[in-house]
Design a protein around this ligand. Structure first.
Ligand code: RIB
Length: 321
């Protein structure tokens, strides 16, 4: 093991119903069976990092004193995540999710105990190489954790989800920012031009997840693309979290960014093939098998993705630096 990850973030019990399509405002849709799954962006990312292996994973999390908390704690511990647990008087966080037959989702979060995380709750950072953050906990605490980690020489990775505008002080403390296209537009104010938005950010490394298309990144002056792995989606809930956790684990064990992107894209594709957020995170063996069975991306698909991203001359595709 070369690094160790601390995830500071949310945990929710996900209440999930499948339906033919996600209801529009004012519409009622007759759905199917109802199930609960362990979720929450922070906890999903912690589980993904732990299952990816190679880096010890801890999580700072706030839970209520209720049965939902018991289920969420068990899922984290079963995955090998050690906990820095804040017990709150508020109920454990919950999320209400509709998953369509196409595997897409719409999510509403009731944060509950997640709102209890304060700057003072950050545990000792000695031995930690990477801090992984999201935006389902109070923004002031996220910013304080990033600053403390930066001061301690810990690399700070932020997944800016759910989307919101971010203070400049927080952006200045980041080593890696992971966003989807909507989040990139909100953070930069630039919509529909990935290349220009990437260049507008002063963060050393910015990664954009592109759903089934794959991912792209700007690492210093280098631009990379990683085409997605083709799968039949069953449930995309937690696929982005799987990407973030697996990417952080790969970086913590010393992988180069191109290899980390490929591993994260493979894991997030596999996560779409089974229901639930944490239940969907694949074990490392499955990811390795998919990577071994899939040839490196061909020039045509990397060129098409580079064009989609607005990367022109000078673009590096993964494996083609
Ligand atoms: O990213 C998926 C997650 O978002 C779900 O598990 C839900 O809990 C919300 O946090």
């Amino acid at each position: 093991m070369t690094g160790a990850i601390l995830v500071a973030g949310s945990a929710n019990l996900d209440f999930v119903v499948r339906a033919p399509h996600i209801p529009a405002p004012g519409e009622t849709v007759l759905g199917g069976a109802f199930r609960t799954f362990p979720g929450g962006k922070g906890a999903n990312q912690a589980v993904a990092a732990a299952r990816a292996g190679g880096a010890a994973t801890r999580m700072l999390v706030a839970l209520g004193d209720d049965a939902y908390a018991t289920e969420l704690e068990a899922s984290l511990r079963d995955a090998g995540v050690t906990l820095a647990l804040v017990r709150s008087d508020e109920p454990t966080g919950t999320a209400f999710i509709c998953v369509s037959d196409a595997g897409e989702n719409a999510i509403t979060v009731a944060p509950g105990a997640n709102g209890a995380l304060r700057p003072a709750h950050l545990p000792e950072l000695a031995g930690t190489s990477h801090l992984l953050l999201q935006l389902e906990t109070p923004l002031a605490s996220v910013a304080a954790y990033a600053r403390a980690a930066r001061d301690a020489g810990v690399r700070v990775v932020l997944n800016a989800a759910p989307a919101q505008a971010l203070p400049a002080e927080l952006l200045a403390d980041l080593d890696v920012l992971i966003v989807n296209e909507g989040e990139l537009a909100l953070v930069t104010g630039i919509d529909g031009d990935i290349a220009r938005a990437l260049d507008a950010l002063a963060i050393p490394c910015v990664i954009v997840t592109l759903g089934a298309r794959g991912a792209c990144a700007r690492d210093g002056d280098t631009r990379l693309v990683q085409p997605g792995f083709a799968v039949e989606p069953v449930d995309t809930t937690g696929a982005g979290d799987t990407f973030c956790g697996v990417l952080a684990a790969a970086l913590a064990r010393g992988a180069a960014l191109d290899g980390a992107l490929r591993e994260a894209c493979a894991a997030s594709a596999l996560a779409c093939t089974r229901p639930g957020a944490q239940t969907g995170v694949p074990p490392r063996g499955e990811v390795e098998a998919l990577l071994a069975a899939t040839p490196a991306s061909d020039a045509q698909s990397t060129a098409a993705l580079a064009a989609y991203c607005g990367f022109t001359s000078g673009t590096s595709a993964t494996g083609q630096r």
